[in-house]
Design a protein around this ligand. Structure first.
Ligand SMILES: [Zn+2]
Length: 142
């Protein structure tokens, strides 16, 4: 038990002042895993190298101390992939609830940090908490 919490403390100490995981790093590492799986079936010589590069970039970003720069990169990534991520989210919803359903949520931008936040429809008056900066605001969801 003691050893466990000691390890956790060491990890926390190590991560202090470092950026941590974000969507971009998650994407890079997941892409590497998917490519690696793909590589088990198809022999593409460069695939291994690409996987390692993606994983290395992902982890370099996670352990980076230049938080502002990493944050800006992630925002850029989110902005550029917003359309396609939205398409996936809608497709997922349609698979779950059928074709006739309209979009299940609104997208709001956090006034403080610009983070896009999904708010489910039909909830009435709700308090929304930004997942990134924890800023809270009231919204009416029809
Ligand atoms: Zn925010």
């Amino acid at each position: 038990m003691n050893q466990g919490s000691g390890f956790r403390q060491k990890v926390m100490q190590f991560m202090q002042g470092r950026y941590g995981v974000d969507q971009l790093s998650n994407f890079l590492i997941s892409a590497a895993v998917i490519l690696a799986l793909f590589g088990m079936f198809v022999r593409v010589p460069a695939l291994n190298i690409i996987c390692w590069i993606l994983i290395i970039i992902g982890y370099v970003r996670i352990f980076s101390k230049n938080i502002n720069k990493r944050y800006a990169e992630n925002q850029k990534f989110l902005d550029k992939t917003f359309g396609i991520r939205n398409v996936f989210a809608k497709a997922k919803y349609r698979m779950k609830y059928g074709k006739q359903s309209s979009e299940p949520y609104y997208i709001y931008k956090c006034k403080k940090c610009g983070q896009r936040i999904r708010i489910p429809k039909g909830k009435g008056k709700i308090m929304v908490t930004c997942p990134k900066c924890k800023y809270q605001f009231k919204k009416y969801s029809r």
